[in-house]
Design a protein around this ligand. Structure first.
Ligand code: RB5
Length: 149
């Protein structure tokens, strides 16, 4: 898969290990920054990755900040993005199967590298089930459209 990744300065602590893992799994990864540990703001990098994923330039996006919260809240402001902040693999898997998430977020202050890799693997491997879930995902899109009017 083509995967866009981004973080803030806190998430940067975990990002290189995740990029390496994704590449080991055979994915093509593009890093939207930051590359230095200088203090910065998660909305900048969340917006970059989310905009690219929403434009279908990537199959999926991965975002890392301290908790995964700020960076996922920002991602969910972009039309067409369904981002989940996860700190365990079960929710990551179900977020794909039921909610068709296209962005995974987690926090470098919450999960260690091995748990983060497990979360990533479950999320990438899980398929969206469609069926009864599609109506609900469509309802989310309708709310986006109402807000655009
Ligand atoms: C940065 O201090 C921190 O607020 C950020 O990484 C993230 O956890 C926000 O949700």
């Amino acid at each position: 898969m083509k995967i866009a990744i981004g973080s803030d300065h806190v998430g940067l602590e975990l990002k290189p290990a995740i990029i390496e893992y994704l590449e080991e799994l055979g994915h093509e990864v593009t890093d939207y920054g930051p590359t230095s540990s200088e203090r910065t703001d998660y909305p900048i990098f969340s917006k970059k990755v989310s905009t690219e994923v929403a434009a279908a330039n990537y199959d999926r996006g991965i975002l890392i900040c301290g908790t995964g919260i700020g960076i996922s809240i920002t991602a969910n402001k972009i039309r067409g993005i369904r981002a989940v902040a996860c700190s365990e693999p079960y929710s990551a898997k179900l977020s794909r199967e039921h909610n068709n998430t296209n962005i995974l977020a987690f926090g470098s202050r919450v999960v260690g590298p091995e748990l983060a890799k497990m979360i990533v693997k479950e999320w990438l491997d899980a398929e969206y089930e469609g069926g009864r879930h599609q109506r609900r995902v469509d309802m989310i899109s309708e709310i986006e459209e109402e807000n655009d009017r």
